[in-house]
Design a protein around this ligand. Structure first.
Ligand code: HGY
Ligand code: MN
Ligand code: MN
Ligand code: MN
Length: 408
């Protein structure tokens, strides 16, 4: 059995993980930012060093395509993920899968393997969705779920426009999103949850991925004096926001369904210690593997907002930032992942992905599946994100084995 070059992969993960640190050492490579450009340049440099053709599409998705005169024009096997990060990120989320895809291509090339089809690796734009929404934006465009024009018109949380930012960092490519129609899609990713570590298993064969609903809630009340306004006479946007957050999180905590809810951002206006907030703006991230239950939770929230607006004498508006249904991956590929793990004597289990991934978009246009490796303490989107070197190498070797089968 051929093996990936462990030191080359681990070295690149660390080298990319050092790119985009702020003054406090936090890793921040938000989509189409200067630090994202640095990460992209590093990855493209490695592609070119490896003699792999580079193609960039209009929304900045980067593709490295290993093809020969014999197989060019065949639908490629595509291995992908992302190298943009959240704020104060770990070094593995997304980057591991992109660099393992590059590693697999270099290893197959060096082994003399002659694939019947091209093998490509993708780094998709704005998977994290922190600066521009929705998340998984580049892969959604590639899968035809949103037009390039809509993506390029996206306005960021900092008021930037994605089209201009991609041009500014030199990644406004010339290929149309979707120019590459994959024969199959594979994504290797850290689990970002506690399941594999909890069961002492090195490999996850991901068979499905939960639905995601992102909403931005704006509550408008009346600014007033904190000292002179009786409690009964307030239209307090801050208190209304607190009640929504408490309703939502208490409800999901009390439920024994797998629904998860997160309020990750909030701001008050005018945001002054002695002024009753006139406005509260916050985001809700609601997820569930079951579409019906996710819709039911969205309906419960909408009903609560309606009655709360009357009770608190405020107005409430909701903007849907992203909405993706649950996804079932390709069972034949899931079975190949399981068999490859067992052939290497590695424990493996089928599992659901709690996180969103580019694979959920690629599953719209090709048979797709994911491979997970453990996350220490189940921690991710946090600088303490960690996976052992041996686990990273094992996952990349499973990716290698399944890729060789699908590209044969
Ligand atoms: O939000 C997610 O699950 C992904 O990391 N963008
Ligand atoms: Mn990720
Ligand atoms: Mn992430
Ligand atoms: Mn993801």
């Amino acid at each position: 059995m051929i093996e990936i070059d462990a030191q080359r992969l681990l070295g690149r993960i660390r080298e990319l993980g050092a790119v985009g640190r702020d003054g406090e050492g936090r890793l921040i490579r938000l989509a189409a930012s200067d630090t994202d450009r640095q990460g992209r340049d590093l990855f493209v440099g490695w592609l070119r060093q490896a003699g792999i053709d580079v193609a960039i599409d209009r929304v900045g998705n980067i593709f490295g395509i290993w093809q020969s005169p014999e197989n060019a024009g065949q639908a490629p096997l595509l291995i992908g993920s992302h190298i943009d990060t959240v704020i104060d990120a770990g070094i593995y989320d997304g980057c591991y899968g992109v660099l393992a895809g590059l590693e697999v291509i270099e290893t197959l090339k060096a082994s003399g393997f002659l694939p019947s089809r091209p093998v490509a690796v993708a780094a998709f734009t704005n998977e994290e969705g922190v600066r521009y929404t929705p998340d998984m934006m580049g892969s959604l465009a590639h899968a035809g779920g949103v037009s390039a024009e809509t993506v390029l018109a996206a306005v960021g949380t900092d008021g930037s426009v994605l089209r201009q930012e991609l041009a500014r960092i030199g990644y406004a490519g010339d290929r149309e999103p979707g120019f590459l129609r994959p024969h199959a899609y594979l994504e290797l990713h850290i689990e970002q949850g506690p399941v594999l570590e909890g069961e002492g298993l090195p490999i996850g064969a991901v068979e499905n991925l939960q639905g995601i609903s992102w909403q931005r809630v704006t509550i408008d009340g009346v600014a007033n004096h904190a000292g002179t306004t009786p409690m009964s006479m307030r239209s307090d946007a801050g208190h209304a926001a607190a009640r929504v957050i408490t309703f939502l999180l208490d409800r999901t905590k009390a439920s024994n369904a797998p629904t998860v809810a997160t309020v990750g951002t909030i701001r008050f206006e005018p945001n002054a210690i002695n002024v009753i907030p006139s406005r509260a703006v916050f985001t809700i991230d609601l997820r569930d593997p079951d579409e019906q239950r996710l819709q039911a939770e969205e309906a419960e929230l909408a009903a609560y907002l309606e009655q709360l607006a009357a009770a608190e004498k405020v107005t409430i508006s909701v903007e849907q930032l992203a909405r993706f249904e649950p996804v079932i991956f390709d069972l034949r590929i899931v079975e190949r992942i399981e068999a490859a793990a067992r052939a290497r004597g590695l424990g493996v289990k089928r599992m659901t992905s709690g996180a969103g991934h580019d694979a959920q978009m690629m599953a719209r246009i090709a048979p797709a599946a994911m491979i997970f490796v453990p996350s220490a303490g189940g921690i991710s989107h946090n600088p303490r994100e960690h996976t052992e070197d041996g686990e990273l190498v094992a996952g990349a070797n499973i990716l290698l084995d399944v890729a060789a089968q699908l590209a044969k």
